[in-house]
Design a protein around this ligand. Sequence first.
Ligand SMILES: O=C(OP(=O)(O)O)[C@H](O)COP(=O)(O)O
Length: 260
Amino acid sequence: MIKYKLVLLRHGEGAWNKENRFCSWVDQKLSSDGIKEAQNAGKLLKSLGFEFDLVFTSILTRSIQTAWLVLEEMGQEWVPIQKSWRLNERHYGALIGLNRAEMALNHGEEQVKIWRRSYDVAPPPITESHPYYNEIYNDRRYKSCDVPEDKLPKAESLKEVLQRLLPYWNEKIVPELKSGKTILISAHGNSARALLKHLEGISDEYIANVTLPTGVPVLLELDENLHPLSPHQFLGDQEAIQAAIKKVEDQGKVKPTEKK
Ligand SMILES: O=C(OP(=O)(O)O)[C@H](O)COP(=O)(O)O
């Protein structure tokens, strides 16, 4: 019997999603298309009758802005929002800001796939000479995290994302779910993938095949032990969702015009 409902959402498109750059811990607002995606997600969730009691987001603007737009569309602006760096996107280290298609041209599509989708391979760490290092680590939002600044990651594999996310899931989100609240988590491609892997018991190998498009709500129906009763469901137009998934997967390929 369905006991708990959880909706996971990768935020709407940001400027760097459009430019095909690894965004990760660089803070970006939604693009105009991303705003529409978030609003459409809200309309869809409203039409399906969802009533949220609590929303969790990362501390990156694109996930917060998405949550606001979804709640606004649903007429549920009053619903509390809790934020944590532990829901942030995976830290892409030295790859932050780089264009995936150019990386594929220079390093090969296979290497880019390993960096993007392998479970336990972390990209090279970000160093102080990186153009976005100061923007990230001097940002006030990282001074009030539940770990000291020097313990914040400098690069993460998906496995490491799950390791930093799990304490938050277990200590903050699970008790709220178990108290009967319907919860929306507005997060990121890889923090949401890490959580899906945990909840659905997806293998280290198979998780490489799981891709989340922006702005598409993912429904998980859980039993009393928080085990999924069925595979996760993408909500919305299934054909459009499959096309959006393919688009995300193709971001790591060399542009056809540049193929030799
Ligand atoms: O910032 C990112 O994800 P997000 O748009 O979900 O926040 C990453 O750059 C996603 O990159 P990926 O799809 O290559 O793992």
